[in-house]
Design a protein around this ligand. Structure first.
Ligand SMILES: [Zn+2]
Length: 291
C-alpha cells in the first residue's frame, strides 16, 4: 500500500461533524470523504462529498428538503462539482443550488435538467408527511418546493474518466433500478459509489425503468472491477459497506432469474405490487403483475 493510500484509508468509526443545520447529519469517513445524510426522511438518503486538494465532488444532492449548499460550504471552500447517480428525485433535489453539474447523457437527464420537476412530483415521490419524521427543517417551505431547470456543464458516458484535481472517477453505466443509473469508481481511493443498486436494504427493480436482467448485467460489469475496490458507498441507509455485498447480490439475482428462490409479496407506498427476494443484508424487489 502506498503512503497516499494509507493516508486515505477509511476511518472505521466515522466521526460526526457538527454543522449549523437542523436537517442533515454529517460524518467524516476518511481524510477526504464526508457523508451528508437525511436521517429523518424514510429513505435515509446519503450524499457523498469527496474533498480533494484542488476540487470537491458531491455525489447526488438528496431530496431538496434542507439547504444542502450551505452545509457543503461549511465543509469545503473548494469549487464543488455535482455528479448525479441517476434522475430519481431523491438524488437531485438540490441540483439547482449548484453551478457545476455533471450528468450521465440519457433522455431522462436531458429532460429533468431542461424542465425541472414540479411540487406535485416531489410530494408524490418524497415529501408527503408520511415519509418524513418531523420536524421539517427551519428554512423549509413545502408549499414552494420545486426543482427549477438547471444547467449541466458536462454530459458523460459509460467508461468516461472524470479527473477533477486529484479525484479520479470512472463512470460505469449500471441500469437495473433506473435506466440512467451510474456507479462511480474512485480509482485513487478504491471506493465504489453504488447509488441505489448496492446497499443495505432493498434494491427496487420493480420501478418504471427498472429491470432485473439489466441489474444482473450491471452486477456482472461491476465484478470486473472487484479487485480495484476496497469498499462501497451507497446512496441510502448505512455507509461504508464491505465489497462482498457485490458477489452476494449477483448470486442472488441469478437465483431469482433461475427461479430458485421464493419471494415475499408486497405493495409499496404508491400501490405498486412487488416480489421481494431476501438475501440477508440486501433484498431485491421485482415487478409483479397487478392484481
Ligand atoms: Zn434512491
Amino acid at each position: 500500500m502506498t503512503q497516499r493510500q494509507k493516508d486515505e484509508t477509511i476511518i472505521h468509526r466515522p466521526q460526526i461533524v457538527a454543522v449549523d443545520d437542523d436537517w442533515f447529519d454529517v460524518q467524516k469517513v476518511s481524510n477526504r470523504l464526508y457523508t451528508i445524510s437525511e436521517p429523518r426522511h424514510y429513505e435515509h438518503t446519503v450524499m457523498n462529498l469527496l474533498v480533494g486538494k484542488q476540487h470537491a465532488v458531491l455525489i447526488d444532492t438528496g431530496c431538496g428538503i434542507g439547504n444542502l449548499s450551505r452545509v457543503v460550504e461549511q465543509l469545503t471552500n473548494l469549487p464543488v462539482t455535482v455528479v448525479n447517480t441517476h434522475t430519481h428525485l431523491d438524488h437531485l433535489g438540490s441540483n439547482h443550488q449548484f453551478s457545476d453539474i455533471i450528468m450521465f447523457d440519457h433522455p431522462n437527464s436531458r429532460n429533468v435538467s431542461q424542465n425541472g420537476a414540479l411540487k406535485e412530483d416531489f410530494v408524490r415521490e418524497l415529501l408527503d408527511e408520511k415519509f418524513v419524521t418531523p420536524p421539517w427543517p427551519r428554512s423549509f417551505e413545502l408549499a414552494s418546493t420545486t426543482l427549477p431547470p438547471f444547467k449541466v456543464s458536462r454530459w458523460i458516458k459509460h467508461e468516461d474518466i472524470l479527473e477533477l484535481g486529484d479525484i479520479c472517477l470512472k463512470v460505469l453505466h449500471t441500469p437495473g433500478e433506473a435506466s440512467d443509473h451510474i456507479c462511480l469508481l474512485e480509482q485513487n481511493d478504491r471506493i465504489l459509489f453504488t447509488g441505489d443498486i448496492l446497499l443495505h436494504g432493498a434494491v427496487w427493480s420493480h420501478l418504471d425503468g427498472g429491470d432485473i436482467e439489466e441489474l444482473s448485467h450491471s452486477y456482472e460489469l461491476l465484478m470486473q472491477y472487484y479487485d480495484e475496490i476496497d469498499f462501497l458507498m451507497p446512496s441510502h441507509n448505512t455507509s461504508c459497506l464491505e465489497k462482498n455485498l457485490l458477489p452476494i447480490a449477483l448470486a442472488g439475482v441469478k437465483e431469482i432469474l433461475d427461479g430458485n428462490v421464493v419471494p415475499r409479496q408486497g405493495k409499496d407506498a404508491w400501490g405498486r405490487f412487488y416480489n421481494e427476494y431476501d438475501f440477508g443484508r440486501i433484498s431485491i424487489l421485482t415487478r409483479q403483475l397487478s392484481r
